[in-house]
Write a protein that binds this ligand. Structure first.
Ligand code: GDP
Ligand code: MN
Length: 347
């Protein structure tokens, strides 16, 4: 009898009281169904089947019934499906569409070639949404921490602890796995616009601070943007930081330049520039021991003991960390020194 009462009443209370106020989060379309199912099954097996965290799915169109049925059955926690309000996913009135299309045409005719998604308006809406709006969506307002997951990504090692709890207990505000260089042609005026935004807010000093991560985003030689960005298809963050005045004031200033549409600013460099200035060492965590992949790159631990303990299925020889176009080896160096160092890229 007492065992029965314990099982029904007390045991679930212990388990659930232990969970942090966090959610897994995916932005996707109905057409991403099969890719997101593969990813959910992988994340459940490697992590969430031990914790049963909620999973929030957002879309610029309503999710259909098949999507909701198959997805909610694959997630071990509660699934929530939301539509993004139009004002978060549309070209703002301040954008002059003829300038936007004429810039897209210039890229199309660029003899040096085009860059990914250069002509997709929905991709631009997506980048702006992920930069300055997702954390205001009503379904995410309920949570403190989120873990962003995209259709098609894969964990290659088990995560044997509550990663959200780990973030909170260690006072980490943002976590990532892969970081790398951005295509310069997608952001020709981003850094100048960023400087103007900081100046308008009287915050230019942040660029010279050694307490924050300004050294992660600037060149040693000339303080220009070094193109490093956290790859946002894997990110764990404190939503309250994204909802802070510090983050949003800078985002709103930057957004006035309409660079999501006149150029093709990605959410990753935007996120990285702002967070690197408003967070202080050591509030950003690189999860260097996670096996993780998003085409065409992967992170895979080198240590054989770590791989064995976490049942990693990846090939360490393919790990991106020390490649010249990665910024993770550089991040690790900064973290140890907390001051500006000269970055010498491996060849
Ligand atoms: P990439 O990682 O930069 O190659 O871009 P993705 O195609 O993976 O898009 C990034 C994220 O935004 C993924 O989670 C996509 O599912 C999502 N996404 C991109 N475009 C759209 C769109 O038009 N509608 C919706 N609902 N999601 C989108
Ligand atoms: Mn992707």
């Amino acid at each position: 009898m007492w065992t029965y009462i314990f099982k029904i009443l007390i045991f679930p209370a212990i388990v659930f009281a232990n969970l942090t106020n966090s959610t897994l989060y995916t932005l996707c379309r109905n057409s991403d169904l099969y890719e997101i199912l593969e990813t959910i099954i992988n994340y459940e097996a490697r992590f969430n089947s031990k914790y049963h965290y909620d999973w929030v799915f957002l879309n610029d169109e309503p999710f259909n019934e098949n999507f909701k049925l198959l997805v909610s059955n694959a997630v071990s926690g509660n699934s929530y499906f939301g539509k993004i309000p139009e004002y978060m996913w549309e070209i703002p009135n301040s954008v002059n569409k003829s300038i936007m299309y004429s810039n897209i045409n210039k890229i199309k005719n660029d003899p040096d070639g085009v860059y990914p998604y250069y002509d997709s308006i929905s991709y631009r809406n997506m980048c702006r949404f992920e930069s300055g709006f997702f954390y205001w969506h009503e379904l995410l307002l309920n949570y403190d921490y989120f873990w962003r997951i995209e259709p098609g990504v894969k964990l290659d090692c088990d995560i044997n602890y509550d990663i959200f709890k780990f973030m909170i207990e260690n006072n980490f505000q943002y976590g990532f796995t892969i970081s790398m260089l951005e295509y310069p042609k997608t952001i020709p005026t981003l850094f100048d616009s960023f400087l103007t935004s900081l100046n308008n807010l009287n915050k230019l000093d942040l660029l010279n601070s050694i307490e924050n991560y300004s050294d992660f985003i600037t060149n040693f030689e000339n303080n220009d943007y070094n193109l490093c960005h956290f790859w946002t298809n894997f990110e764990i963050g404190n939503l309250n930081i994204f909802r802070s005045n510090d983050y949003n004031n800078i985002f709103k200033e930057l957004d006035k330049f309409n660079g999501f549409y006149y150029e093709r600013w990605g959410d990753a460099p935007i996120r990285t520039l702002i967070l690197s200035l408003i967070l202080k060492h050591p509030q950003i965590k690189r999860f260097e021991n996670f096996g993780y992949q998003h085409e065409p790159y992967l992170q895979c631990p080198q240590d054989i003991q770590i791989k064995a303990e976490n049942r990693c299925s990846c090939n360490s020889k393919l790990d991106i960390t020390n490649k010249w176009y990665s910024c993770s080896w550089y991040f690790d160096g900064l973290n140890k020194r907390h001051s500006k160092i000269k970055m010498i890229r491996p060849t």
